[in-house]
Structures are given as structure tokens and as C-alpha cells.
Design a protein around this ligand. Sequence first.
Ligand SMILES: Nc1ncnc2c1ncn2[C@@H]1O[C@H](COP(=O)(O)OP(=O)(O)OP(=O)(O)O)[C@@H](O)[C@H]1O
Ligand SMILES: O=C(O)[C@H](O)COP(=O)(O)O
Length: 408
Amino acid sequence: MTDTLDDLDVEGTTVGVRIDVNSPIGDDGMLADDARLRAHVDTLSELIERGGRVAVLAHQGRPGGDEFVSLESHAERLSKLLDHPIDYVDATFSHAAREAVTALENGDCVVLENTRFYSEEYMEFEPERAAQTHLVTGLAPVLDAYVNDAFAAAHRSQPSLVGFPTVLPGYAGRVMESELDTLGSIEETPEPRVYVLGGAKVSDSIDVAWSVLEKGLADHVLTAGVVGNVFLIADGVDLGDASSDFIYDQGYWDEIDRAADLLDAYGERVALPRDVAVERDGQRHEIGVNALPPQDAEAAMDIGSSTLSYYQRLLEDAGTVILNGPAGVFEDEAFEKGTRRLYNAATDVEMSIVGGGDTASALRQLGVEGFSHVSTGGGAALRMLTAEPLPAVTALENGPTQQQPADD
Ligand SMILES: Nc1ncnc2c1ncn2[C@@H]1O[C@H](COP(=O)(O)OP(=O)(O)OP(=O)(O)O)[C@@H](O)[C@H]1O
Ligand SMILES: O=C(O)[C@H](O)COP(=O)(O)O
């Protein structure tokens, strides 16, 4: 068990708070969606109201990517959401950052710069080694405590996630606490348990499928999206050139063999699409799997109506459903039907848990509501739902194992 904000004497304490605000960024380089910021409002406002001196740490994007930008616009938006002035400093652990942190008064909050602007933060370390990185040795001396609210990044063992709790008393923030409460007891959720794996992260989804089938956590795994297409090819279906080329271009060709091995081992518990939707003459056109490949080799962009009926039947008997990844290219109106219907059907299951960045945005776009839990995490939620430990949570649970570095 980790300590929470209930265990922290906040007033006058300088707290480093790791949040996950990794968000879509517009062409102007500014924040385009604030859902992930909203999730942390409770934790931050509680720390501010209780008189903490709050230094916020977070990452945005990946080095070299279009979304690898400063946290300045995040700080501005947080200030509006919290209705409280929030400072921003374009430094993370340098002299300027330390000065900004030591200048905080009770109830003040400053957002430090994108942790990944610093190269060690994009590497994975054992916690003891992470505690020796420049970020942690530079910033920890001016902090009294560390709060981790970044559940969505908790599957990474990066310095800001595992280094600080190795040298400072660590606490779970309110988002982390609620995610761990809900997702930490997957073995106790009602059975039968159905995992719906859609979206485009094929290797992650196959890892999850192996894990939950091997551990007996899943009674059924339903495949959809690009994941479903890979399983169809693994099952010997000719999906046509467009879908095959897409899978090849995404670097997922080798996953077909892994999917085939999984079908050999657990085929009776893995459900494959029975039909797919393609675009023909500018319209949605559904084709049964037996009639594939499509006559003009069009790409399979969604699951079709018979698949939906089949999956809905499997969901009717489920006690718990865990979903990650859209069933099709929901961004295109012609191909949102699979995601909308499948996710709507899932809301009728006694316990319904959804994870994933694009999945959450698909649900908002399609107006699908009523899940038991919508996780802030994609990869982190999936890892937790395979009953695997998350490095950042383990580091919090273990508590400090090294002395806090001294300020010099
Ligand atoms: N049949 C398909 N062909 C091409 N793209 C698809 C298909 N089905 C779904 N997609 C795409 O998959 C993308 C989302 O997949 P992804 O696995 O990233 O989901 P996610 O919810 O963001 O999960 P995570 O948070 O783990 O990244 C969407 O952009 C959607 O258009
Ligand atoms: O968006 C996420 O899933 C988290 O912020 C982790 O980001 P990453 O996959 O770039 O490490």
C-alpha cells in the first residue's frame, strides 16, 4: 500500500508533484485538449488549499516528435482550471528551477519545464540509479516530499517517476489513488471477464492478450481495429493489399506470427471479426470474412454488423469488460459505428473499465457515457489490468532507500 495525501502534513511543505498532462498539441504548438489536466485539478487544488508549496513536474511528447513542446501553455490552462495563479519556469532542475521552488510561499504553485527536455528522463532506470540522475540530484534537495499523481506514466521507470520516491517520502495523489483502487483488484472483479482489444498498438495488445489468457484472467478476448485485422491475417484471411500494406508499414508484420501462436494456444477464447467495413463508392460497405479480399483491395476500416452482434452477445454474459483502443477509424464518420455500438454495449456490463488516450477522446466525440471507470492511462492501465506491477507504484510502495541529496 502507498501513502496518500491523507498521510501528508501539507502546510508549509515543498512538494514535487508528478502529473501526466501528455496531451494532443495543435499546429500552433499549444495544448489542444485539456482532459488530462482536468484530471489533476483535485490533487493540485487540495495541495494548494492545504498550504503546500507546489512544484509540478510533467512530460509532454517524445523527443523528436511534433508534440514535444514546452509546458507553458499547460501552466496557463492549469491556472484557469484551478482558478489560481500558477507560475511557469522554463527550467526543470537548474539553478533557475531551484530558485523558483525555494521562492514558493504556502499555497503557491509553479510548473517546471517538460522533464523530457532533459535526455536522462527519456531513459529507463532501476530506482536507485534513477536517484543519481541530474534531475533528481538537482531538484530533490529543495523538496520535502514527492507526490505521484501520474498514473498514466506509471509503467515507465524514468527518473521523475522512480528516482524521487527513492530519496524523498512519497505519496500517491488523488488520481493515482483512485486508479490503483479500481484497477488494482482486477482478480476480484465479476466473472466472466472479457477483454476488448482494438486500436493500433498491435504488439502491446498481443502482450496483454497473452498475459491475461495465460493467467486465466480473461474468459474471452475480443479483437477489433488494426489488432483485429492482424488476427484475421494470422487466421489465414486475405484482407487485401491496403490493410496488409498498412500493417507492414506500421512495423507490425512480425506480429502476425505472434497472433497465430496465440490462436494456436488459446484460439477458443479469442474472438475474431466476422465481417469488416471498407469504403466503396464513397460509402461504408460491409464484407463478410468469407467474401474477402475486397474486390478493389480497399482497407478494412471498422468491424461490421455481424461482428457487432457476435461481440454484443459475448458481452451480454460478461461480469466485467475491459476495453482499450477503438474498433475502427472512429475519426471518420463512416467508420465510427463499430466503436460507438461496441462501447455502448459495454456500458451495460456490471463492471466496465476503459483505458487509452484515443479511446477516451473517441468516447467523448461519440458521446458514449456510463462506464464504471474511465482510466487516465492507456499503456499503464493495460499493464495493471494484466496484474503486472507498475515501476512507479512499486517505487512509491518501497519508500526511500537512499538519503536525500544535499543542497550545495
Ligand atoms: N481498422 C483500422 N485501420 C486503421 N486505423 C485504425 C483502425 N482501427 C482503429 N484505428 C486507429 O487506431 C487509433 C487508436 O489506437 P491506439 O491503440 O493508439 O488507442 P489508444 O486508446 O490511444 O491507446 P493508448 O492510450 O494505449 O495509446 C485511432 O487513431 C484509430 O483511427
Ligand atoms: O500518454 C501516455 O501513455 C503517457 O503519458 C506515457 O507516455 P509515453 O508512452 O510517451 O511514455
